[in-house]
Structure formats: structure tokens, C-alpha cells
Write a protein that binds this ligand. Structure first.
Ligand SMILES: Nc1ncnc2c1ncn2[C@@H]1O[C@H](COP(=O)(O)OP(=O)(O)OP(=O)(O)O)[C@@H](O)[C@H]1O
Ligand SMILES: [Mg+2]
Length: 366
């Protein structure tokens, strides 16, 4: 887990646990420390505890154990509306009977901001999301994406230092979703606000975040910047959850510094980077990214480990070729290659030899 010095921490979870029924912990001993201005995403499967963490930070749920701090101060006893936190949820929950401008003015009224000031702030927030012309409309007269932008403006209008977003783009189509991802990212960068974002879409998490906390089973499995998460997953769960991965199963034969020798279940011996294995005899899942596998002899490094493969399926995807192979007994082994002019299109039924660098081959927990 990446460590941030305590003095820099803006949001902190210290050994936080949460149980709704007094029996099962849905959040288990969570530690998290975020500096000001960071965009952090909680990513994980359904039921892994993401919303619960956000709700505790917002003050709608209390931690069963541990402490949550904002700017160095425990917030367990501060009511939600006094935490200065802006929130956007999946169902944007704009007030249907109010106009867009009234919706935005509402959080300012609650905070007793004078009318003149309110109007200025509302205009500025609408301009920020390029909705300046829409102040007089009601939510029902807007498209889904426009409503989403208004919800975002409403969360930002009172200039919160911290904004929490729970699956805010879940209801949007792919194109609008991608557009909004960049918009939210740019807004948060420009305004210097700290964001805790929740999603179960890994592409969204990788595109938007400074760091991503991968959740599973009420625990953070790994907390790292997107590139580290993708390139150096610390365990099998993260390797499988982030991006596509090929898995070969086997047993660790030996570990010598940075090299583990693994005997795959079909007898093949390969060299890997030992990541989450500690001793000979342990079962392991070896993981290799599809884009790190080469079949073109001319491009293959001298250090590559080569292995026989049978081509099962070739899919033309435009920018890339996706080829499914049988490798060491695994018939779901996928390789991805860039559609370059000299790239060979592999034919199903042919026997080929593929290669990868031992350093791209991670021995993880089974
Ligand atoms: N109010 C509640 N009372 C009882 N159990 C709850 C409550 N809210 C959530 N849970 C349980 O806590 C666990 C974590 O739920 P949570 O909503 O935090 O998951 P999540 O990671 O946000 O999932 P999703 O991606 O589906 O939104 C789940 O097992 C859920 O059933
Ligand atoms: Mg949730």
C-alpha cells in the first residue's frame, strides 16, 4: 500500500470496520490516506463495500470500529451537512419541481449564502459544466447527460473541498460516459478538489484516477496509481480484475532472487517473476498480459521464453487483432497484436511458437 505521510493526509481511514448486523464485517480493517487534491477511485465488484465506505465518509453511516479523519480531525461526530462535502450519486436526485438554477441554489441557501452571491455562484457553476443556458429548465426537460452535469454542478456549487461520487455515470451511454469522464477529471484538476470516486468499471477507474483502491470482500486488495496496478498487480484478484490476463497454473519449483521457476500442470517449465509466492511446492497462478506475448519471430527478444501454441480463433477488431490460442493446456489464452502493415493474421488450426519475457510473467497466489 502506498504510504502518504500523516501530515499531508486530507482524508484518512484508520482501521475502519463496518458491520450492519453486528455479525458480518462488510468493511474489514480499512486503512487509507489521501492527500489534498487527489482523485482516488474505489473499484471493486458488487457488494465489496465501496458505497459503505463513501457513506461513512459522508456521515450517513457510522463506522463500527476505527476512525475517519478529514483534514486531521475525526469526523465521526460531525453531522453530514457540516462536513463540507459535495456528493453525486448514480440517480442524480435533482429536485424535479425546481428549475436547474433553483436546484443549484439549494445547497447555497442551506448554507445561508446571500441572494446576490448565490446567483453569481450558480451562474459560475452552470458555466463550468457548459449548461449556462439551461438555468430556467426543469430536470425533466433535460437529457440524461445534461441532468448528470447539473448534478455535478450542484455538488460543486458551494466549493466543497471534498467531493464524493458513487457510480455517477452508470446510467449514461458509452460515448457520453467517456465524455463526462474527461469533463469530471478536468474540472477536479482545475478546481484542485479532492475526489473519492466509486465505480465498478475498470477502464473508468484507470482513465480518471491518480490512485485506485481495488476492493474485494471489504478489504483493499491493492492501492496504487493506474499504471502500477495494471503492470504490477500484487495478487491474483487484482491481476484478474484489472484488464485482461492469461492464467497458467502450476507449482513453484524454486525461487532464486527475482526469478521463480514454475512447473506448469502440463509439465512445461517456465521462468517468472515471483510476486505473491514464497516457497517451492506452493501452487501458483502465473499471469501474462495478452499484449506482452509475441509470435512474430523478428520481433521476439533473445531473452524470450518460447512455447508451442495452437491457434483456435482469430478476431479482427480494427485497431488490434485478438487471437485465441491453446497454450500449456489452457484454451483461453489470448494474445493481442497491433494492426500493423507487416502483422501476420494467424489462421485457426495452425501450430505456432509464442514467446514472452520472464519479467512479464508474474507468479501469483493460486
Ligand atoms: N443498509 C444496509 N444494511 C445491511 N446491509 C447492507 C446495507 N448496505 C449495504 N449492505 C451490505 O454490505 C455489503 C457491502 O455493500 P456496499 O453497498 O458497500 O457494496 P458496493 O461495493 O457499493 O456494491 P455495488 O457495486 O453493488 O454498489 C453488501 O453485502 C451489502 O449487502
Ligand atoms: Mg455501491
Amino acid at each position: 500500500m502506498a504510504d502518504t505521510p500523516a501530515s499531508d493526509a486530507f482524508v484518512e481511514f484508520e482501521r475502519v470496520q463496518k458491520s450492519y448486523d453486528g455479525e458480518t464485517l462488510v468493511v474489514k480493517d480499512l486503512n487509507l490516506s489521501m492527500p489534498k487534491g487527489e482523485f482516488l477511485t474505489m473499484l471493486g465488484p458488487s457488494g465489496s463495500g465501496k458505497t459503505t465506505c463513501l457513506m461513512m465518509l459522508a456521515g450517513f453511516e457510522t463506522a463500527t470500529h476505527g476512525e475517519i479523519k478529514l483534514d486531521g480531525k475525526p469526523i465521526n461526530n460531525i453531522p453530514p451537512h457540516k462536513r463540507g462535502i459535495g456528493m453525486v450519486f448514480q440517480n442524480y436526485a435533482l429536485f424535479p419541481h425546481m428549475t436547474v438554477a433553483e436546484n443549484l441554489a439549494f445547497p447555497l441557501e442551506v448554507r445561508k449564502i446571500a441572494k446576490d452571491e448565490r446567483e453569481k455562484k450558480v451562474m459560475r457553476a452552470l458555466d463550468m459544466v457548459q449548461m449556462g443556458q439551461f438555468g430556467g429548465r426543469r430536470p425533466a426537460q433535460l437529457s440524461g447527460g445534461q441532468q448528470q452535469r447539473i448534478a455535478l454542478a450542484r455538488a460543486l456549487v458551494f466549493e466543497p473541498e471534498l467531493v464524493l461520487m458513487d457510480e455517477p455515470l452508470g446510467a449514461l451511454d458509452k460515448q457520453l460516459r467517456e465524455h463526462m469522464q474527461f469533463e469530471i477529471k478536468h474540472l477536479s484538476d482545475n478546481l484542485g478538489i479532492t475526489v473519492v470516486y466509486v465505480t465498478h468499471d475498470q477502464t473508468e477507474a484507470l482513465t480518471m484516477s491518480d490512485r485506485v483502491a481495488v476492493f474485494n470482500d471489504g478489504k483493499i486488495q491493492q492501492l496504487a496509481p493506474p499504471d502500477a496496478l495494471y503492470e504490477s498487480p500484487e495478487n491474483s484478484f487484482v491481476a484478474q480484475f484489472i484488464g485482461e490476463n492469461n492464467t497458467l497454473e502450476g507449482v513453484v519449483e524454486s525461487i532464486d532472487g527475482n526469478v521463480a521457476t514454475v512447473r506448469l500442470d502440463d509439465g512445461e517449465i517456465i521462468k517468472c517473476k515471483p510476486v505473491n509466492v514464497s516457497k517451492p511446492g506452493e501452487r501458483t497462478r502465473v499471469s501474462i498480459r495478452p499484449e506482452r506475448v509475441e509470435y512474430n519471430k523478428e520481433r521476439m527478444s533473445d531473452d524470450a521464453h518460447t512455447i508451442k501454441a495452437e491457434v483456435l480463433e482469430f478476431i479482427y477488431m480494427g485497431d488490434i487483432f485478438r487471437t485465441r490460442l491453446r497454450v500449456a493446456g489452457n484454451s483461453d489464452f489470448v494474445i493481442k497484436t497491433r494492426n500493423a502493415p507487416d502483422q501476420v493474421r494467424l489462421k485457426p488450426g495452425t501450430q505456432i511458437e509464442i514467446g514472452w519475457l520472464p519479467s512479464d510473467c508474474h507468479a501469483l497466489d493460486a
